[in-house]
Design a protein around this ligand. Sequence first.
Ligand code: AMP
Ligand code: ZN
Ligand code: FE
Ligand code: FE
Length: 281
Amino acid sequence: MKFADLHLHTQFSDGTFTPEELAGHGASLGFATLALTDHDTVEGCARMAAACAAAGIEFIVGAELTAEYEHTEVHILGYFLDTRNQTLLTEISRFQAVRQQRIHEMVALLNKLNVPLKAESVFALANCKSPGRPHVARALVKAGLVASLDEAFERFLKKNRPAWVPKAKVSALEGIDLIHQAGGLAVMAHPGLNRTDEIIPALADAGLDGIECFHTKHSAALSARYLEIADRFHLLVTGGSDCHGFSKGKPLIGGIKLPYEHIEKLKAARENRKSKIENRK
Ligand code: AMP
Ligand code: ZN
Ligand code: FE
Ligand code: FE
């Protein structure tokens, strides 16, 4: 049985593995296919592609966009993206600028609370273009200002805590279009985590291609529910561990094994979309 993990993060966003380490784990766990879905970036994909090729693993280029639809936060996964697509790269660099600005704002709030963290130390630790709250938390631990990542989130960084800054998000419809114009398929990430059930019909209408039915935080009952919803709205089925390396305890890769038949359906849908675009030219 061939299987895949289509939701993975590296050091190019808030994961702790390099692409090579991640591909190594994938190989030892017997994965046929992996997709890299770092937040708001495709930068790690070239290295991940090379590492997967060396390990005999099929690789799918991906990214995870933080979007919203009528005030509901929704994460949109893009697959089979053209990493040279100019519009995609321009938009992604805008999202990254927003993330970097938000780091400055969170550090300013911490400083007001007499927590002497420097923005430079967060950027140095993150060492990537898509920094986020996990990097602020790690920098706080590293500077000895909190004892643990949990303490950093509980005291300062969780939603509505004193150093939390809401993130400006792309509209879900724009996110879907952005992925499509870059040759990709758009998939709703972990619907069970963001409670985005109500917006599935609207996004399906707007061209959403699939939903992530299998995810580390979906119970068997939730996965079954999303398989049924995918069937009802003629959406593709995906799944992934959302592994962030060691940043959230033990690595999650290996916990989700998406049967390969879903990869075949994704590829067919991608080809179908491609030929539709070709015909329009
Ligand atoms: P951001 O994209 O900057 O808002 O950060 C979101 C990341 O922070 C996600 O990877 C979350 O899993 C992680 N995160 C959110 N809340 C917590 C928490 N309480 N403890 C640890 N990580 C968290
Ligand atoms: Zn993340
Ligand atoms: Fe997510
Ligand atoms: Fe993720």
